[in-house]
Design a protein around this ligand. Structure first.
Ligand code: BGC
Length: 809
């Protein structure tokens, strides 16, 4: 076929595949009536509680909770046109209903000023919002102009004003440094000015998915400031529970809020199309601010007020060389039932490596404690987590996690700033905690940050070079090539024989022909596969009749993370950032365990979630799907998400492995970073999630990591994930992949390059959806020197079969 025609077909096919075959945004967000008869009451109850407990009270001068019968003036069109979730694959859920803040306050019988309510309602009905199309979604909704006269009239009869400000973000594009995205619009500012000047008390509610500029808090007389995030279908009820004092907003910030965008360490080194050098290295978020720029913080990581007041008593701290244990008794000495969140930070010695002065190593949340009630809480962290990775050999232990000699101080915090020293232990000598293989170094050498002791006993910024790439990946790959049982041809062994223990997985896959091995390493080509429920993201496994005859089922995948993305009606849940704001892994697990039942009901075997990438920069368009700037919080919440989803048989699929920290040019941009930053920050959350949550599948990222795409990255998929962390599950690509040949084995391209890397399944399967035939790249080098081997293909088949054995549907 003529190259140009093929190119046109390819581009057209990409377009249809990405944007055409799922729900339109309008349908998806419309809240169409549920015809399934599914009982949402249980999951709704948990989602409502999570929504309330994950909201964060940043300021409260006696304005919240509202006293009974308080007369409330509700401002801001988003109160009526709420942002329930972000846009893109992570938000495209057809919810059975959606409760706006206005609805929630009515449901809670809050005494709302009727005239104002009526004016807003009518204006919103006459000026309906538009959700746009893929990549062109709104970032905010235009405000209703409000005259001074109306504000003044309402302020005479209402006790409190609520102003809601909303922002949305979405996949495939960033937020930007403009009014209506990172900054407030002039209309929003005008509204804040009018209301705060007229009312005695003003409560501002932030209905956002991403961190935005909060500096406005000091420009107006705001009495209470609440981040409500985007809580899915139960949003309005959850926020009403907080405002009326039914539930304490016990959320804590999962990211630092800076005084201005420019203060974030990634600013200036984010969003470039070709590559970004992560010069801030491991100094991400509070790790940076606490070490170098305390004044750059408006609200620190881990901060949040809640309605409770707690007394803390350290009962004991113990370090045995392997682990540190914390034992703290908390008592609610306030007037409201509430939960306390204990945050444990370590300040390690600077040593030769240099380290952030605060590192979250553990956290624990209390139960809801009534006034006067106490609970003793325990938390622990391993020496491995406390140690630092030496990627240059400066300690004499290259490629090792090292506890450098010196004093380690432990802090118990209300947040990363307000933390009290409670313990110290000393390492007398440098100690190696784990030995690793060097991985994935950057193709360029660049200056990365480190602290230098300053004269005033703080730290100035110093820089040192990332190491040069110096290892033989080809040799590593060849020395680890997997082997398999020889091909047996069809012996009549079926999957049921494997299930009943009559045969092993290896006996079963030894029967597979090359055609079957090729098919099982890719999905059924398209999204919305006819093998699954309408609106699915694709199918894998039994994608050939001959495989299905042997008993291999089709594995049906659906997006995530805020519910199930199908044509059918499904629960719309709070966004990832709200989940992590709870700092409550148990609660997150309970919510996702409810979703696990729904996954079975809807016929989904794999939920493409949770989103695990680090909030490196507040402008990343998908931060709302992700958890935090901190890998320990991300990892623990991610693990609980996975455990919840996997309660009743479906599998979670943490994504995007790794460093998908921006959306700009996401399929080609190269995230360049030191091995230390990679391991300590960007992989650490995945590591904790994999080791503690044990997901049965995992998704690679679109972007390159140090020059190599996630779906071709041997060191990430094989050296680290499987060999180092002991991961036993399936690895799938993010949807489609870039074409390339292997630098180590130039004759291997595309699917062969991918399978050699250890990435099992190309999703949704075809090179392009127009070509419903194998593209030939997997088998092209089979039988040639250093070409793809049966052992490698059987390893993939074994992974897929092992996955299907875990399915209970
Ligand atoms: C996204 C993934 C998503 C997949 C399937 C991709 O564009 O990056 O997060 O799971 O599409 O919808």
């Amino acid at each position: 076929m003529n190259k140009i025609i093929r190119k046109i077909l390819d581009v057209g096919a990409d377009f249809i595949a990405l944007f055409g075959n799922n729900l339109s945004q309008k349908e998806a967000r419309g809240g169409s009536p549920d015809k399934s008869g599914y009982d949402y009451s249980k999951i709704a109850k948990v989602a409502r509680r999570v929504g309330a407990e994950g909201s964060i009270l940043l300021k409260n001068d006696d304005a919240l909770p509202l006293e009974e019968n308080t007369r409330v003036a509700l401002f801001g069109r988003v109160s009526f046109d709420w942002f329930y979730v972000g846009y893109g694959s992570g938000g495209d859920v057809r919810a059975p209903y959606r409760v706006s803040l206005a609805d929630g306050l009515c449901n809670a019988n809050v005494n709302l000023d009727e005239e104002l309510f009526g004016i807003y309602k009518k204006w919103c009905d006459n000026n309906p919002v538009s959700h746009g199309v893929w990549g062109h979604w709104p970032r905010y909704f235009a405000e209703m102009p409000v005259g001074d006269e109306l504000v003044s009239r309402v302020s005479e009869r209402a006790d409190v004003a609520i102003v809601t400000i909303g922002r949305a973000a979405g996949e495939d594009r960033e937020n930007n440094l403009e009014e209506g995205s990172y900054y407030l619009t002039s209309d929003e500012r005008k509204l804040l000015k009018q209301v705060t000047e007229a009312f005695e008390k003003t409560v501002v509610i932030m209905n956002i998915g991403n961190a935005i500029d909060f500096s406005f808090v000091n420009e107006y007389k705001i009495d209470a400031l609440l981040i409500a995030w985007q809580g899915g279908m139960e949003s309005g009820n959850a926020v009403a529970d907080v405002l009326t004092g039914k539930v304490s907003p016990d959320g804590r910030l999962p990211m630092s809020l800076a005084t201005s965008y420019e203060r974030y360490p990634s600013a200036g080194n984010f969003g470039a199309r070709a590559y970004n050098e992560y010069k801030e290295d491991i100094y991400v978020g509070y790790r940076y601010f606490e070490t170098f720029d305390k004044d750059g913080v408006l609200y620190p990581f881990g901060y949040g007020l809640g309605y409770g007041k707690f007394q803390r008593e350290v009962v004991g701290v113990n370090y045995d060389g392997d682990k540190i244990n914390f034992n703290v008794r908390v008592t609610n000495i306030g007037n409201y039932p509430s939960k306390d969140t204990l945050e444990f930070y370590i300040e390690p010695p600077q040593g030769k490596l240099g380290k952030p002065v605060r590192n979250l190593v553990a956290f624990v949340k209390s139960a809801t404690l009534a006034p006067g009630e106490s609970e003793t809480l325990t938390a622990e962290a391993t020496a491995y987590l406390i140690s630092s990775y030496d990627d240059t050999g400066i300690t004499g232990h290259k490629s090792c996690y090292v506890l450098e000699k010196g004093a380690y101080s432990a802090y118990l915090g209300y947040d990363s700033r307000n933390a009290e020293k409670i313990f110290e232990f000393v390492e007398n000598e440098d100690r190696v905690v784990a030995e690793c293989n060097v991985i994935a170094s950057s193709p360029t050498v660049f200056d990365r940050l480190r602290p230098i002791k300053s004269e005033d006993d703080g730290y100035d910024k110093g820089y040192y070079l990332t190491p040069e790439r110096a290892y033989d990946l080809k040799e590593r790959i060849l020395s680890e090539l997997p082997t398999c049982k020889p091909y047996t041809g069809n012996k009549g062994i079926t999957l049921s024989d494997v299930k009943s223990g009559k045969a092993t997985i290896e006996d079963f896959t030894a029967q597979f022909t090359l055609r079957e091995l090729e098919a099982i390493s890719r999905g059924a080509y398209i999204m919305n596969s006819p093998l699954g429920a309408p609106g699915n993201a694709g199918a894998l496994g039994g994608v050939l009749r001959s495989l299905r005859k042997k008993g291999v089922p089709a594995v049906i995948c659906t997006d995530g993370p805020s519910g199930i993305r199908l044509s059918a009606t499904c629960s719309l849940l709070p966004i990832g950032t709200l989940l992590s704001s709870t700092w409550d892994p148990k609660m997150v697990e309970t919510l996702l365990a409810e979703l696990s039942l729904e996954l079975n009901d809807r016929g989904s075997d794999m939920l493409l979630a949770p989103g695990m990438n680090i909030h490196r920069d507040p402008l990343c368009g998908r931060n709302f799907e992700y958890f935090s700037e901190d890998p320990v919080l991300s990892g623990k919440i991610g693990a609980s998400y996975v455990k919840g989803v996997q309660t009743h048989g479906a599998s979670a699929c943490p994504k995007h492995f790794a460093c998908n920290n921006q959306e700009t040019n996401r399929c080609d941009t190269d995230s360049r970073l030191s091995e230390r930053a990679l391991r300590e920050i960007y992989l650490k959350g995945f590591e904790i999630c994999v080791k503690e949550g044990v997901p049965r599948s995992l998704m690679t990222s679109y972007n390159k990591i140090n020059g190599v795409w996630g779906h071709y990255n041997y060191d990430l998929a094989t050296t680290v994930l499987r060999n180092e962390w002991g991961y036993k599950g399936l690895i799938v690509t993010d949807w489609w992949m870039r074409h390339s040949s292997s630098p180590e084995f130039p004759k291997m391209r595309d699917n062969a390059y991918r399978v050699r890397a250890g990435v099992d399944v190309l999703m949704p399967g075809g090179r392009r959806i127009t070509l419903h035939v194998p593209d030939g790249t997997l088998l092209a080098t089979y039988g040639h020197q250093n070409g793809i081997t049966r052992g490698e293909m059987v390893r993939v088949a074994n992974s897929v079969i092992a996955f299907t054995l875990g399915m209970k549907r």
